[in-house]
Design a binder for this molecule. Structure first.
Ligand code: ATP
Ligand code: MG
Length: 253
């Protein structure tokens, strides 16, 4: 049983896409998978075709108004706990004491039912992302080569170190995943810079697999199907498939 948080405070760099592809890929390989949407934007929920309008979401879960079991929706692609814009109020509404622990506390009763829980986080390092880090065994950091700003990665790393110190001493970084890679604009120099900055600011490996930029991602999301079911043979589906395999090879649990 492993909990993986997908995080980067930068927006639009492929967190949600990676969460969905990893969860779907693990499920296709026979694992029991739960995806958890911890972003008020609810992009994972809508692109997975979950019902985040009429049914309870992670917001009610964090407030302790429902159990995890009551929030889980069993979809063909994977089980999911959805989110919607109500979650934006969580920062203010969660009581101060133990507010970083809420997600962990509420997921505990159902953890035994799954092999992997994959959590999508918002583009911020606030209480929601901290909740994800507090329950996580591992963090995967997607990033694009173009905006691999050292300061952002340092800030993210500092947050992870703080979580390790105060909330969850076992959490580690599984690796950095380059996404939306475009060979026309991203060159070898970019790759070299990324690797150098990695060594300088954060002690984590770069996954060998990188994810190419492709319109297929948006097409699949618009149709609310996972990238493998939509176009299994597309370059980007194959990239994500290779990433899932690379992740599993490194996962010795
Ligand atoms: N490999 C890719 N190729 C082309 N487009 C992509 C790729 N990955 C993601 N996208 C597109 O980029 C946009 C941002 O992706 P995504 O929603 O996964 O990022 P995010 O980090 O979750 O964003 P946010 O920070 O807003 O939650 C989406 O429109 C998505 O369809
Ligand atoms: Mg997202």
């Amino acid at each position: 049983m492993k909990v993986i948080a997908i995080a980067n405070q930068k927006g639009g760099i492929g967190k949600t896409t990676t969460t969905a592809a990893l969860a779907a890929g693990l499920k296709q390989r026979g694992f029991k998978v739960l995806a958890v949407d911890v972003d008020p934007q609810g992009n994972l929920s809508t692109s997975s075709n979950a019902n985040n309008v009429e049914l309870p979401t992670v917001y009610e879960l964090l407030k302790g108004e429902v159990t995890a079991e009551e929030t889980i929706q069993k979809l063909d692609v994977y089980d999911i706990i959805p989110a919607n814009v109500m979650l934006a109020g969580a920062e203010q509404e969660l009581s101060q004491l133990g507010k970083e622990q809420r997600l962990k506390e509420m997921l505990q009763p159902i953890m035994g039912l799954y092999d992997y829980i994959v959590i999508d986080t918002p583009p911020a390092l606030g209480v929601l992302t901290i909740n994800a880090f507090t329950v996580a065994d591992e963090i995967i950091i997607p990033t694009t080569a173009g905006i691999f700003a050292a300061t952002g990665i340092k800030q993210l790393h500092d947050t992870i170190l703080k979580v390790r110190r105060y909330c969850n001493d076992k959490v580690k970084i599984a690796g950095i995943l380059l996404t939306r890679f475009d060979p026309r604009t991203n060159n070898n120099q970019d790759m070299k810079e990324v690797t150098e900055q990695l060594g300088e600011y954060i002690n984590a490996k770069l996954f060998n697999t990188y994810i190419r930029a492709s319109i297929v991602i948006e097409e699949a999301q618009t149709r609310k199907v996972d990238v493998f079911s939509y176009k299994e043979n597309s370059a980007v589906a194959q990239d994500y498939s290779a990433f899932v395999d690379e992740y599993l090879k490194g996962d010795r649990s």
